[in-house]
Each structure stands twice: as C-alpha cells, then as structure tokens.
Design a binder for this molecule. Structure first.
Ligand code: ATP
Ligand code: PH2
Length: 165
C-alpha cells in the first residue's frame, strides 16, 4: 500500500456538504483505505476575488491504485458531484480533488504532476496537511513544518469536523 494525500476544495453548492460527500466517496475507492481527514477549513479564494470563499480539507489514504488510476477515480468523483470544467483559471467549482503526494514518487507528465505544483505555497493545503501529517517530509527533502512556518494564513480558519461533528 502506498500512502497518498488528496486535497479537497469546494466553493459552490453547499461547500461543506460537497466536501463531506467527497470524503464519503474517498472512503469507498477501490483497493484503497481512507485513513484520516483534516477538519474542514474556510479559506479566501486564491485567484479571482469575485467568487465565494472555499471549504478545504486534506485526506490521507492507503492505496494499491497506480497514480493515473487514482487520478481517474478522483476525476470521476469530481464529475459525480457536478463539476463542470470551465476555461477560467482558478474559477469557482463544486469540487476539486488534487493528488498532493503519492508516496515519495515524483511525477512530471502532461496529465499528472506530483507533488502537486501549487501545494508548497497554498495555506489551504499546507495547514490541513500539517494537521494530519505534522512530521511529513516532501520528496524534495523539505519538512512540511518549514513550509507551514513561512506560509501566510490569509484568514484560513477551522470551520467544522470532516464528518459533521
Ligand atoms: N497532482 C494533480 N492532481 C490533480 N490534477 C492534476 C495534478 N497534476 C496535474 N493535474 C491535471 O490538472 C488538470 C486541471 O486540473 P484543474 O482544472 O482541477 O486545475 P485547477 O484546480 O483549476 O488549478 P490548480 O491545478 O492550480 O489547482 C487535470 O485535468 C489533471 O490532469
Ligand atoms: N482558497 C481556495 N482558493 C482556490 C481553490 C481552493 O481550493 N481554495 N481552488 C482553486 C482552483 O484550484 C482556486 N482557488
């Protein structure tokens, strides 16, 4: 089993419910086990400011799926939750699932870049990730704590538990 981390983001159509639905879907992935989920965080939009705030979280799984098979599954969940692909960069969406880390693998293909190219600068990824994996070291050798220490919070706040508690 490979340890993987998946980022969850939503800012349309009841984002808290979308995030929880996505977590429930991750728990049913084939050849995989959902191990842990961060709290749900409220975050200010990165990109165009004229869009609702986001709900973000990070999940930790074990999987036997290969990286592309896992990406297929993540995109299937996005579509099942009404994701419509638009041209606007960083525009609003019902659900975004990004593969942050796939064990220590480094992947640079047209369809998949791992570690996710934006994760080192995004407070809405780093803080939830640090909540569930505080001693994580990235494949490049950088400790997560170092990235968290230099990352502005931009108003990021814990909103709720992942399961509605
Ligand atoms: N690590 C990754 N996780 C998810 N998708 C990825 C990854 N690396 C590359 N991609 C590719 O990125 C494409 C576009 O993804 P998407 O539209 O969700 O981008 P975005 O969420 O708007 O922006 P960003 O990638 O900056 O978060 C996907 O079709 C997928 O093939
Ligand atoms: N706060 C926040 N902003 C975003 C997010 C996100 O998940 N959280 N996702 C985006 C598209 O990838 C664009 N902007």
């Amino acid at each position: 089993m490979i340890e993987v981390f998946v980022a969850i983001g939503s800012n349309l159509g009841n984002p808290v419910a979308q995030a929880r639905e996505a977590i429930a879907a991750l728990a049913t992935l084939p050849e995989s086990e959902l191990l842990q989920t961060s709290h749900l965080y409220g975050s200010r939009p990165m990109g165009p400011a004229d869009q609702p705030d986001y709900v973000n979280a990070v999940a930790r799984l074990h999987t036997r799926l290969g990286p592309l098979a896992l990406l297929d599954e993540l995109q299937r969940i996005e579509l099942a939750q009404g994701r419509v692909r638009k041209d606007e960069r960083w525009g609003p969406r019902t659900l975004d699932l990004d593969l942050l880390l796939y064990g220590d693998l480094v992947i640079n293909t047209e369809r998949l870049i791992v570690p996710h190219y934006g994760m080192k600068e995004r407070e809405f990824v780093l803080l939830p990730l640090a909540e569930i994996a505080p001693s994580l070291v990235l494949p490049c050798g950088t400790p997560l704590t170092e990235l968290v220490a230099r990352c502005p919070r931009n108003g990021l706040e814990i909103l709720a538990g992942a399961a509605g508690e």
